[in-house]
Design a protein around this ligand. Structure first.
Ligand code: HEC
Ligand code: HEC
Ligand code: HEC
Ligand code: HEC
Ligand code: HEC
Ligand code: HEC
Ligand code: HEC
Ligand code: HEC
Ligand code: HEC
Length: 456
């Protein structure tokens, strides 16, 4: 039986002979024809005389099987036809090949070694990749971290295929299958499946392809949304007071994935450095401190949260670690279940009423060593505790006991149309008026006059 690769090699050899006959004296044109993928070079055909054989394989030292079969037809149609096998396998010397050589232990080791071949021609992509979460996972030895060759099948890279193919061929799918499933059913996935050139985003449009960072870090994703939906702020302003502030305190999916469960994430934030507090490499503090403060393992209560903050503050010598709240969807796949605008959360009461569902789950987070958030659960009532007015700075308008305050603010805001300044000032005033002098004393009594009085 003759293998696919041999067929391809044979037929392209015939094709090349013809081309050779015509172009024998015009090497420049011949080179261009080959670079455009017209066929395979003679050297490559030599390699494929063996490697075109289906079923060819070898064993790694630990027993895994490495398939050595390369499909000539795919390679002939790939962008790398022009550079030839030797473009990436310069180490193969036919005079000595196949040499028994020293065996690599595992397939993974083999892949990691081979992918270095890409560097000589695509140094720029390595630079981007090196700063990604994937590269950081790779450096830490995570066997699932993607290499160039996991996203670009090295013997079949087609022009622009990674960006413009059918959605189910997106390279991210194989490892993030749950996210892909959610995405495929989203307003973007459906639109993209119908028309790949219609402008609806796929993974890399929101996350980038090489410099992928942790999803919860920074504002990149929001900026990606607003890069395409550049009118969004204006459009939301028409019905949502202080829309810019909502865009800060509520993630886009929290309203646009209406069925997804939500949580309030209180992020440790360094107010003098103006950035989120990050775990220092090699000095894990957060998890041990959170566990210690949360002795019963039921989630941090207001007192424990305050003592956790104190530990971070005593470290810096200044009380500049605060909490910044954000309403988000609870779960990775769920963040992708974006629907059409008519189904988005519009009713203010979904969030602005007592016991509002989105505010029933609370987490505290810090930026972990690879950029992903480390989270610890907190009890729901940390949002209402009077101490939180100070520590949960800029996030007071939360469903729960103090919500009556917000109702008052809403009336003021809607009536006057000047939500922000009045809202903040009024709240500060109310907080001062009702908060006892000593925060600690107030926390010790969870049923503070503040929450009781304002609620009734
Ligand atoms: C005569 C047949 C033959 C030819 C021609 C040949 N190979 Fe191989 N190749 C083999 C065999 C057999 C192995 C498995 C060797 C082993 O078991 O370690 C192999 C292994 C390989 C490997 C895996 C390397 C490794 O570290 O195990 C690569 C890559 C490779 N060949 C590339 C090429 C390239 C590129 C060419 C053309 C320049 C080529 N081969 C030509 C037979 C051949
Ligand atoms: C764009 C770079 C590139 C080109 C061009 C290229 N290879 Fe490879 N090749 C690789 C990489 C990277 C791997 C390691 C893949 C992995 O992780 O298993 C590899 C692996 C192999 C292997 C081991 C089997 C495997 O799939 O891992 C063989 C055999 C091989 N190449 C032969 C060839 C032949 C024959 C050609 C030309 C027809 C060729 N290669 C062209 C990059 C290339
Ligand atoms: C996690 C998956 C992933 C990994 C890992 C990855 N890429 Fe890509 N790459 C993509 C996607 C998706 C695209 C298409 C979208 C785009 O252009 O950004 C792409 C596009 C490209 C392009 C063409 C884009 C251009 O600007 O011309 C090159 C070249 C490339 N990658 C090389 C590499 C190299 C080299 C590595 C290893 C350092 C690598 N890629 C690692 C997903 C990946
Ligand atoms: C010897 C140089 C060379 C090496 C080594 C090399 N490439 Fe390329 N690569 C090219 C050339 C040339 C192109 C075509 C550039 C273009 O069309 O702009 C290309 C294009 C690409 C593209 C872009 C396809 C598109 O979307 O147009 C990707 C992806 C890619 N290479 C990935 C890789 C990966 C992965 C490796 C390592 C396995 C690798 N390359 C190794 C020369 C190389
Ligand atoms: C070979 C497997 C693999 C491929 C392919 C892959 N990833 Fe990943 N990715 C991982 C692993 C493993 C992690 C870390 C664990 C996790 O979050 O699932 C990760 C993490 C991430 C994260 C950070 C998650 C967080 O918690 O913040 C993002 C974002 C991401 N990948 C996006 C992508 C995109 C976009 C693509 C395609 C361009 C892609 N990945 C392709 C394996 C892969
Ligand atoms: C408080 C909830 C909420 C938040 C937060 C929110 N949206 Fe919306 N969004 C809506 C609602 C409700 C609509 C439908 C408004 C209407 O009735 O026209 C909408 C409409 C849209 C539309 C369609 C606009 C049009 O009129 O065609 C886009 C696009 C959009 N949002 C993007 C975003 C992006 C991007 C973000 C994050 C930066 C975001 N939204 C944050 C609730 C929200
Ligand atoms: C429309 C923009 C958009 C597209 C398209 C998109 N994502 Fe996301 N992705 C997000 C947002 C928003 C989040 C949540 C960010 C946060 O935590 O605030 C997220 C989170 C993630 C996470 C982290 C999940 C976790 O466990 O926390 C991964 C992994 C991820 N996306 C991978 C992908 C992959 C793979 C695709 C393609 C199938 C994709 N994304 C498509 C916007 C997008
Ligand atoms: C690459 C550009 C691009 C990016 C990035 C992008 N979108 Fe979209 N979005 C589109 C396009 C195009 C459509 C229209 C799809 C269709 O044809 O139905 C759309 C549709 C929507 C809709 C439905 C609007 C309606 O009229 O019902 C919402 C909501 C939305 N996007 C929100 C977001 C959010 C939130 C993000 C970020 C997490 C985001 N988009 C990122 C291009 C983008
Ligand atoms: C998905 C939940 C959600 C929805 C829906 C929502 N909000 Fe909000 N809103 C919030 C959160 C969270 C804050 C907290 C902002 C902060 O204090 O940081 C907030 C803050 C506010 C503030 C105070 C802003 C400030 O800076 O002082 C006003 C006023 C407000 N919302 C009015 C409304 C109105 C009116 C609607 C309906 C048209 C609405 N919100 C819909 C979640 C929501």
């Amino acid at each position: 039986m003759i293998s696919l690769g041999q067929q391809a090699a044979a037929s392209s050899r015939r094709g090349r002979l013809l081309v050779l006959a015509i172009l024998a004296f015009v090497p420049g044109i011949l080179h261009t024809a080959l670079a455009a993928g017209a066929g395979l070079s003679k050297d490559d055909q030599t390699c494929l005389a063996c490697h075109g054989e289906a079923g060819m394989q070898k064993s790694m030292a630990e027993g895994e099987k490495l398939s050595l079969h390369i499909v000539g037809k795919d390679f002939a149609g790939s962008v790398h036809n022009a550079v030839g096998c030797s473009g990436c396998h310069a180490e193969v010397d036919l005079a000595k090949h196949p040499a028994p050589g020293k065996k690599q232990q595992t397939l993974r080791e083999f892949s990691i070694a081979k992918v270095e071949a890409c560097r000589s021609c695509h140094e720029d992509k390595f630079k981007l990749f090196d700063a990604s979460i994937h590269a950081s996972l790779l450096r830490s030895g995570n066997p699932m971290a993607p290499l160039c060759s996991d996203c670009h099948s090295p013997h079949a890279v087609r022009a622009k295929a990674a960006a413009s193919g059918p959605i189910d061929q997106v390279p991210c799918r194989s490892c993030h299958s749950a996210v892909f499933k959610a995405y495929a059913q989203s307003v973007h996935g459906l639109a993209r499946a119908k028309d790949a050139s219609g402008g609806a985003p796929i993974c890399a449009d929101c996350h980038r392809s090489h410099d992928v960072t942790a999803a919860s870090s920074g504002n990149q994703i929001k900026e990606a949304c607003l890069g395409c939906h550049f009118n969004a702020l204006q459009q939301h302003k028409s019905w949502l007071p202080n829309a810019a502030h909502h865009f800060e305190a509520v993630s886009c999916p929290a309203c646009h994935a209406p069925m997804a469960p939500r949580r309030v994430d209180l992020k440790l934030y360094d107010s003098s450095a103006r950035e989120r507090v990050a775990e220092k490499l090699g000095v894990p503090r957060f998890e041990s401190r959170a566990k210690l403060a949360d002795s019963k393992g039921q989630g941090l209560d207001a007192l424990a949260l305050q003592s956790l903050l104190k530990q971070f503050n005593s470290e810096n010598g200044e009380a500049d670690t605060v909490l910044r709240g954000r309403l988000e969807v609870d779960g990775g796949p769920e963040a992708h279940m974006l629907t059409t605008k008519d189904r988005a959360v519009k009713d203010c009461k979904t969030c602005h009423r007592e016991g509002a569902a989105p505010f029933q789950k609370v987490s505290i987070s810090i930026v972990g060593p690879d950029g992903r958030a480390l989270r610890h659960g907190a009890q729901q009532d940390v949002l209402q505790a009077p101490t939180s007015v100070d520590s949960v700075r800029g996030f007071y308008a939360i469903g729960g006991t103090r919500i009556k305050l917000l109702d008052l603010l809403l009336v003021l805001a809607l009536a006057s149309g000047v939500a922000v300044p009045i809202g903040h000032l009024t709240l500060k005033w109310l907080a001062k008026k009702y908060l006892p002098k000593s925060d600690t004393a107030a926390v010790a009594r969870t049923d503070t006059p503040n929450s009781q009085e304002t609620e009734k």
